[in-house]
Ligand binder design. Structure first.
Ligand code: ASP
Length: 425
């Protein structure tokens, strides 16, 4: 077997292990190396800087295309548009409010010293090294290299990335404007998946560097942060169920029972888009919602409605600001609210999309981006939890749109079967 085959086999093996296991392995080896190597482990931070730089570059075009695509394809019947937008905005604002409230009360960032004293401070001056110079050439934005600070190497890197990503769609025929947007989205998401592949390495680097320089103190704060996010997500689910109880004919118990499969799928795939067809089927066939309510909530809403993501981004911004001792004024928190709404609307329903758009929230309030990799250590888990809430948000909107009176005609599929089973006819 030649070297190439062996390399491909090795890559295939690595790829076949689920991402969260690889991230956990990154945490484990990061701890071991951090303990063994101590202060010098800061050299391993390089992959996390690389990931950050790449995520930052992809954030704006991804958000732009995700919103354009969603608006282009949305089919909203006349008269339902305002109601839908009203529900979406209200739910997202409530989510962010709950997130900020919990973060202000629990103060997860106050439980720890800033880890690695701001990943940057003691870190080696990478820009003077070869690796540092390479990192300097990673574009900060997709259009950046074509502007004033144009670097030829950045242009070449972009050309290579897009060239390879475009290979998979080179024979797709483009006949409409919508095709152009769809293909562009596909290409960006392909590149995003490559970046996601480096996340375990970035987690290894950041964990070894944190442990090497400051021991385990930072993880105490991270554990409180995880607890705070789970508490806030739980409160958001309670809010949804109360709204469903009083604003629709559906009972909260039936929601949990009939939507169980979709929620489990959301947790296991960390993707509300992948879960979307099942969400729709459960709403329509198991719960018996009207076709219009189910499709508006699950199919249209899913593209804009990412309350779990909005809640998480706001909490993450507050957590980091508390940890590094930057007090966010009420005005800055308002800015967090606004950017979190925008970031959640623009977040694609795919794993780790929230981390991409988070760079925008941090930028808006002037928080240093170099703390985001710390969140990567727990993001694989919190991503799954916020995806469940994103799907619950779609369910909530569908139920509320369906109103207080149940549609009188049975629908086909599983719902009819369960109905017959319970009524015995
Ligand atoms: N994974 C989430 C979803 O699919 C998006 C996110 O990363 O917050 O809904």
């Amino acid at each position: 077997m030649n070297h190439r085959n062996r390399l491909e086999e090795l890559f295939g093996c690595w790829h076949s292990v689920p991402l969260y296991i690889r991230i956990l392995a990154g945490v484990f080896f990061g701890v071991v190396v951090g303990v063994l190597v101590g202060d010098d482990a800061s050299v391993f931070e390089i992959p996390s800087k690389l990931v950050l730089r790449l995520l930052g570059a992809l954030a704006s075009p991804l958000i732009m295309l995700a919103v354009v695509q969603a608006l282009m394809h949305a089919q909203i019947p006349r008269g339902s548009g305002f109601r839908l937008v009203g529900l979406l905005v209200l739910n997202t604002l409530v989510a962010i409010f709950i997130g900020l409230l919990v973060a202000n009360v629990v103060q997860p960032g106050g439980w720890t010293e800033p880890p690695v004293s701001g990943p940057e401070k003691n870190a080696p001056k990478t820009s003077s090294s070869v690796v540092g110079q390479f990192l300097d050439n990673i574009p900060k934005s997709v259009l950046g290299p074509f502007g004033d600070d144009g670097k030829v190497l950045s242009v070449i890197l972009l050309a290579v990335a897009f060239g390879i990503a475009l290979r998979s769609v080179k024979s797709v025929s483009i006949t409409t404007v919508s095709d152009v947007v769809d293909v562009s989205c596909r290409v960006l998401i392909t590149i995003l998946h490559w970046i996601i592949e480096i996340i375990p390495l970035a987690v290894f680097g950041i964990v070894s560097s944190i442990v090497g320089r400051g021991g385990f103190a930072a993880f105490q704060g991270l554990a409180v942060f995880v607890f705070a996010v789970l508490l806030a997500l739980f409160l958001q689910v309670i809010y949804y169920l109360v709204r469903i109880r009083f604003g629709s004919w559906v009972s909260p118990r039936d929601v949990m029972r009939h939507m169980r499969d979709a929620l489990v799928m959301a947790f296991s795939t960390a993707s509300s888009t992948v879960t979307m067809p099942l969400t729709y089927t459960c709403l329509r066939e198991r719960m018996g919602l009207r076709e219009q309510s189910a499709s508006l909530g699950a199919l249209v809403g899913a593209n804009f409605n990412n309350d779990g993501t909005a809640l998480y981004e706001a909490m993450a911004a507050l957590f980091i600001s508390q940890m590094i001792g930057i007090k966010l004024s009420l005005l800055s928190q308002l800015l967090v609210v606004l950017t979190s709404v925008a970031a959640s609307v623009g977040a694609a329903g795919i794993p780790e999309a929230g981390i991409v758009t988070m760079t925008l929230v941090f930028n808006a309030v002037g928080l240093p981006l170099n703390y985001i990799p710390i969140l990567l250590t727990v993001d694989w888990f919190l991503d799954r939890c916020r995806t469940v809430v994103n799907v619950m948000g779609d369910v909530n909107v569908s139920c509320l749109l369906d109103g207080m009176v149940r549609e009188d005609q049975p629908v086909s599929g599983i719902y009819r079967e369960t109905k017959h089973a319970t009524t015995g006819d």
